[in-house]
Design a binder for this molecule. Structure first.
Ligand code: NAD
Ligand code: IPM
Ligand code: MN
Length: 363
């Protein structure tokens, strides 16, 4: 039978709580699909700073390189917030993305019919929203040169926004391929009226577009995109953009659907390798309480099954189970209208597991 090695990085805050449940779901997949997973645990982020003196230990990187995919909870927290850059949890996350060449970050945002009441926006605006933000993940402002120096007039800080043509080209191609498998509508988001890097971005997009004549392409400025996402999100299908714009727009898109606790992501390299993590962070405000929504992490595991392992049926089974559980009205606190009836992290996952078993019995 097929076997896969998964590096598991629980991280900080609610990371270990949601990861525990996603791993439980994966163990049920082993049983139902007759595949085998070996879970290799390692440290990333604040927990690694405390134990190993660095947010990205060499051992973690080596384990990740040897594995077929990585499952990550979240990193960060107030304890490390005043540390210098090299001792920040977030630096470990950026490091592992860069080291593993994970340049393509897929962040789907979707509205289930049973969830329309949870969004802050009107029902007619959000019903049927189904979009995919594709964020460039290893370039741009995050990775350009950082400088900090004193002048006569006080301190100065700068972050360089740099893109190479090849970095734009590979993410744009990936986006066209994804759009082709969805509704064949691609919006490329930039700030070409101001930024030189965006003008190069747009030039590369226009050069590649003729290779995908079946995909309808639109360029949009990031400020207008942010506005249109709230006004009428259903005009969007696949959106591709650079690192920082993608960070911001994907959090915005998550709110169309009600809670960031729902949304998964895949960070992909060339080939089948990927790192899978929820879009949300370590949520220090609710950590340790057993109330975090595990859905985003469980759906990230489903993306791993699909993109890295080719286990489409198992991925669908998890997604269908999540839909069924939400449909039946089970809710964690972040998505419950009646907070008294909210279930905890484990109970939510147990319901999803029960729904998966049911789906397999029927199939
Ligand atoms: P956050 O996503 O951690 O939390 C934002 C809000 O959403 C909080 O109110 C939180 O309680 C809620 N929330 C998030 N996930 C939830 C879930 N699964 N269930 C229920 N509610 C949930 O963002 P933040 O507060 O800006 O950042 C906290 C820390 O996380 C920071 O240190 C930040 O750097 C880090 N962070 C890490 C990642 C990552 O590891 N990929 C992503 C974003 C932020
Ligand atoms: C995310 C997070 C990270 C990012 C931080 C924690 C470095 O916000 O995954 O969206 O900005 O990429
Ligand atoms: Mn973010």
């Amino acid at each position: 039978s097929q076997s896969f090695t998964i590096t598991v990085l629980p991280g900080d805050g609610i990371g270990p709580e949601v990861i525990e449940q996603a791993v439980n779901v994966m163990k049920v997949v082993e049983e139902l699909e007759g595949v085998s997973f070996s879970f290799e645990y390692a440290r990333l982020g604040g927990c690694a700073i405390d134990e190993d003196g660095t947010p990205l230990p060499q051992d973690t990187l080596e384990k990740a390189r040897r594995s077929d995919a990585v499952l990550l909870g979240a990193v960060g927290g107030p304890k490390w917030d005043n540390n210098p850059a090299h001792l920040r949890p977030e630096t470990g996350l950026l490091g592992i993305r860069k080291e593993l060449g994970l340049y393509a970050n897929l962040r789907p945002a979707f509205m289930l019919d049973c969830m329309v009441g949870v969004s802050a926006l009107r029902e007619e605006v959000v019903q049927g929203v189904d979009l995919m933000v594709i964020r460039e993940l290893t370039g741009g402002l995050y990775f350009g040169e950082k400088r900090r120096y004193e002048t006569e007039n006080g301190e100065v800080a700068s972050d360089e926004l740099i893109y190479h043509e090849y970095e734009i080209e590979r993410i744009v191609r990936r986006a066209f391929e994804v759009a082709r498998l969805r509704s064949k509508k691609l919006t490329s988001v930039d700030k070409a009226n101001v930024l030189e890097s965006s003008r190069l971005w747009r030039k590369v997009v226009d050069r590649i577009a003729p290779e995908y004549p079946d995909v309808e392409l639109r360029h949009q400025l990031v400020d207008s995109c942010a506005m249109e996402l709230i006004r009428w999100p259903k005009q969007f299908d696949t959106v591709v953009t650079e690192n920082m714009f993608g960070d911001i727009l994907s959090d915005e898109a998550s709110m169309l659907t009600g809670s960031i606790g729902m949304l998964p992501s895949a960070s992909l390299a060339d080939g089948n390798f990927g790192l899978y993590e929820p879009v949300h962070g370590s949520a220090p405000d609710i950590a340790g309480k057993g109330i975090a929504n595990p859905t985003a992490t469980i759906l990230s595991a489903a993306m791993m099954l699909r993109y890295s392992f080719g286990l489409e049926k198992a991925a669908n089974a998890i997604e269908q189970a999540v839909h069924n559980v939400l449909n039946s009205g089970v809710r964690t606190g972040d998505i419950a209208s009646n907070k008294e009836e909210a279930v905890g992290t484990k109970e939510m996952a147990d319901k999803i597991i029960a729904a998966m078993r049911e789906a397999y019995v029927q199939a």
